[in-house]
Design a protein around this ligand. Structure first.
Ligand code: FPP
Length: 258
């Protein structure tokens, strides 16, 4: 049975997790099907996806979300036709070019998760510009996973830790969960409270594998280009019905039994 302090800690955690500063992560799926249903090329589905992303970022800040992480390009997406890969690369640049100044004025910190290897010079310059301009902002954290894969991120973290051990900066026993997490590209942000996947698919697809340990999962049938404030509100409403236990007992039962 928890002591008073522990009970309070659980209650506070409950408030933190449901009230403010939520971290919502989204697998933006369904651009291709959206385009196909309209007889359009997939590229136009992705472009419509950027519009949905803008609407969703705007809505998130107003809905008490403090951090939004979106899956823009996975380490597996290189297997798509070259034209589609080029288009997705260009869309990150277009999004930053059109929205960075406004995001900066609104106090949004932009961070790009994932491997830098393989990205072109123009994409790297875009990422560097977005991250350096906004690095002191703390009202909202927008993380775009780009050339990202959960396993790749974990592998890279393990390699960097091993390098620190080989260099004599750390010993194997220094490895704790918290220290390991500090090597992940997500180290700046909190773990996700809620992971949403659109388009009806029910998979995690190598997204935030370490960070998702206690995330709630919500799957919505809406195709990503149709996303925005309303679907996000309904995902949050679903999230608020969930009992989060983080591997422990339900808060009401803990309080009742003490
Ligand atoms: C999945 O839809 C979506 C993607 C692979 C890319 C997501 C990209 C965007 C929403 C554009 C904005 C991105 C950035 C970085 C600004 P899909 O093509 O797999 O759709 P399908 O499953 O219906 O074919």
């Amino acid at each position: 049975m928890p002591k008073g302090g522990d009970k309070r800690a659980i209650a506070e955690r409950g408030l933190d997790e449901t009230r403010s500063g939520l971290h919502v992560a989204i697998i933006m799926d369904g651009n291709g099907r959206w385009a196909k249903a309209r007889g359009l090329p997939r590229t136009l589905g992705h472009r419509a996806g950027v519009k949905a992303l803008k609407a969703t970022v705007a809505a998130a800040a107003e809905l008490g979300i403090g951090c939004l992480t979106v899956f823009g390009f996975s380490t597996e997406n290189w297997n798509r036709p070259a034209q589609e890969v080029n288009d997705l690369m260009g869309l990150l640049k277009a999004f930053v070019d059109s929205d960075l100044d406004r995001l900066h004025q609104e106090g949004v910190r932009v961070r790009v998760l994932g491997r830098r290897d393989g990205l072109g010079a123009d994409v790297l310059a875009t990422i560097a510009r977005a991250e350096s301009l906004t690095k002191a902002n703390d009202r909202f954290l927008l993380q775009v996973a780009f050339n990202y894969g959960g396993r790749a991120d974990i592998t890279d973290a393990a390699r960097h830790f091993a390098e620190d051990v080989v260099a004599g900066r750390l010993a194997p026993d220094d490895l704790t969960e918290a220290r390991f997490a500090s090597y992940l590209s997500t180290a700046l942000g909190p773990n996700p409270d809620l992971i949403i996947r659109t388009s009806g698919e029910k998979r995690i697809s190598n997204f935030l594998l370490w960070e998702a340990a206690y995330a709630e999962l919500v799957f919505q049938d809406v195709l990503w280009p149709d996303y925005g404030a309303e679907p996000l509100k309904s995902a949050l409403a679903e999230f608020k019905t969930r009992q989060r236990r983080f591997g422990g007992a339900e808060l009401d039962d803990v309080l009742a039994a003490s």
